[in-house]
Design a protein around this ligand. Structure first.
Ligand SMILES: [Zn+2]
Length: 247
């Protein structure tokens, strides 16, 4: 395998009936002498982040590059932990986030990321197929936000693994072409078509891997999660934990 890809924290596509629950994926990509993170994750990963990297023999300082699919809080909350890294995001997202006070449509933008990105090293992607490192490129996939960016990792045998961020949040959006949260539905539909044309494997922003085989879309694995209740708490008549299997 040309690049070693490891899902550090798997995204989750559920929501509460009265609020937000889902969280974004964080992936680690190693190859070409570089260690990259695909998205910086949300608050939910923060107190485990150090441990998750340590398990892989890494510290925050070892991360060379962090790509940001967009600047929503559940993908860009932990930017401050990677002060040595180069941050790669689209110019369109950067401009959008910088004008957010004039444009209050998107309350999900992680506003504390903006002053940090002004002092950290950044590379702004302006057009499709810009190279981040050899074998890793970015394409613009707007809709969910005006500057959503997907990252393509070229693997052996012409395989192209694509990290979609929230251009595609979950497998349901691919199958139904229905987007739960988008600022521009037409752009989202076009971005999905663009992604399906280029990718052989897709990691949505809030779900597990999906294989693209011509017109066929196949979800890999069940993407299971266990919710644990501690301090003697039980739920549903005595359970200490509940595991959710996505079908
Ligand atoms: Zn988002």
């Amino acid at each position: 395998m040309r690049f070693e890809v490891d899902i550090v924290f798997a995204g989750f596509p559920g929501r509460l009936t009265n609020g937000v629950l889902g969280w974004g994926s964080v992936a680690l990509v190693r190859g070409e002498g570089q260690i990259m993170l695909i998205d910086a994750g949300g608050p939910v990963i923060r107190n485990k982040f150090q441990e998750l990297l340590a398990k892989r023999g890494l510290s925050f300082q070892d991360i060379d590059i962090v790509t940001l699919s967009h600047l929503h809080f559940d993908h860009a909350y932990n930017i401050d932990l990677f002060s040595k890294a180069l941050f790669v995001l689209s110019k369109q997202e950067w401009d959008y986030a910088n004008n957010i006070s004039k444009n209050k449509r998107d309350i999900f933008i992680e506003e504390k990321a903006i002053p940090l990105l002004r002092v950290f090293k950044t590379a702004l992607i302006e057009k499709d197929n810009e190279e981040i490192i050899p074998g890793i490129t970015a394409i613009l996939t707007p809709g969910h936000t005006p500057g959503c960016m997907s990252v393509i990792c070229e693997q052996e045998h012409d395989q192209k693994w694509l990290f979609a961020g929230d251009a595609i949040k979950n497998r349901g959006e691919i199958l139904r072409q229905d987007f739960g949260l988008t600022l521009n539905l037409e752009q989202s539909i076009n971005s999905l078509a663009k992604i399906k044309k280029v990718a052989t494997r897709i990691l949505p922003g809030h779900d597990g891997w999906i294989t693209v085989d011509g017109d066929k879309i196949v979800a890999e694995g069940g993407n299971d999660f266990t919710i644990v209740f501690e301090q003697g708490l039980t739920v549903n008549g005595g359970l200490k934990e509940i595991t959710i299997h996505l079908d």
